[in-house]
Each structure stands twice: as structure tokens, then as C-alpha cells.
Design a protein around this ligand. Structure first.
Ligand SMILES: Cc1cc2nc3c(=O)[nH]c(=O)nc-3n(C[C@H](O)[C@H](O)[C@H](O)COP(=O)(O)O)c2cc1C
Length: 170
């Protein structure tokens, strides 16, 4: 798909078919995330792919009851690897590793559109609870459920006028 068509097609999907995601597609999503840029090419993030039903339900609870998360056959959690980035960049590493996780997740979400899959960016969750569930000390940044969109899932959303948001300095 042409890139500009793809970014127009992408929308948040909050309802999924009861259909698994093929391993080959999962691999392609992960490899797409892996192509994202990162500060110093350190890739200071981790991807956790959750398919366990109980753990998905626990993630729903950690995300304040956002039930659609568990409807997806696979739920990715992107973790920030602060230490990895701090070891090279000191305090700035916090900021860089956060961005590393975000851009990698963005690549994964856009690749999903190309593969006819749907995702939703979930940022509202209890970080400490997610850490506990995944048995990690790394900071969870985004939860991304992935699956085939249910019929009629997703709708076009409005955007601000770009004139409100862009300043040109000539
Ligand atoms: C940082 C961030 C946090 C978000 N958190 C949530 C969330 O917790 N739950 C949810 O349903 N959508 C969440 N979204 C998705 C937005 O609601 C959605 O992107 C926005 O309404 C525009 O809709 P669209 O993605 O369909 O274009 C989040 C998006 C971003 C970028």
C-alpha cells in the first residue's frame, strides 16, 4: 500500500475478530519495529508479546477495564530500557529510551495496517501493575493489542487544523 494511503487507513481498532494472527505476520510486525530508528542505535526498549488469556485479562484490569485489549489475540507491551540508554547518555537516556519505545511501537502499528491487522495505542494503564504482571523492572510505555478488526471496527476521527499547529520560520 502507498504510505500516504496507509496512514490514512490506520485508525484505532477497539474490537477484534476471534481469529489468531499468523506467526509469519507476527514476525513481520516484530521485524518492522526492529527497523525503527533509535538514539545511538541502542534500541533501548523491549517488546513483550502476550497471548496467554489470563495475562491478557490481567492487562485489561491494569488498563482500568479496557476490555478490548483481551479481545485481541496478541497484545504487545513496549518496555523502556532506561539503563541501556543511560549507560551511554546519562540522564538524557530516560528521554531517549522513552522515544525509542514509542517509535518502534509506531512502526509496528503502521506495519499492522499493511497486513490488514488492527491495533490501538493504549497509554492509560497502571505502570506498577503492568511491571508486576510481566515480572519486569522496565517501565511499560505502551500496550498495543493486535488482531483482525471486527466488522465495522474503527472510525474516522477529526484532526486539528494544521494552521493551528504549524509555525514556519522563513
Ligand atoms: C499516547 C496515546 C495514548 C492513548 N491511550 C489510549 C487508551 O488508553 N485507550 C484507547 O482506547 N485509546 C488510546 N489512544 C488512542 C487515541 O484515542 C486515538 O489515537 C485518537 O482518538 C485518534 O483516533 P485514531 O487513532 O483512530 O486516529 C491513545 C493514543 C495515544 C497516542
Amino acid at each position: 500500500m502507498h504510505f500516504f494511503d496507509l496512514i490514512k487507513k490506520r485508525r484505532s481498532i477497539r474490537s477484534f475478530k476471534k481469529l489468531g494472527v499468523e506467526d509469519e505476520k507476527l514476525e513481520r510486525l516484530i521485524n518492522a519495529a526492529n527497523l525503527a530508528p533509535s538514539a545511538g542505535n541502542l534500541q533501548a526498549y523491549e517488546m513483550v508479546a502476550v497471548t496467554n488469556e489470563q495475562l491478557k485479562e490481567d492487562l485489561v484490569e491494569s488498563a482500568f477495564g479496557q476490555k478490548f485489549i483481551a479481545e485481541a489475540p496478541v497484545v504487545f507491551v513496549f518496555l523502556q530500557d532506561i539503563k541501556r540508554s543511560r549507560d551511554r547518555y546519562g540522564d538524557r537516556g530516560d528521554f531517549y529510551s522513552f522515544q525509542d519505545a514509542i517509535i518502534a511501537n509506531t512502526y509496528l502499528q503502521l506495519a499492522a495496517v499493511e497486513l490488514n491487522l488492527g491495533t490501538c495505542w493504549v497509554g492509560a494503564f497502571d505502570e506498577e501493575r503492568v511491571k508486576e504482571l510481566l515480572g519486569t523492572e522496565k517501565r511499560p510505555v505502551i500496550i498495543t493489542p493486535v488482531g483482525y478488526p471486527a466488522k465495522g471496527a474503527g472510525h474516522e476521527t477529526r484532526r486539528r487544523e494544521v494552521d493551528d499547529m504549524v509555525k514556519f520560520f522563513d
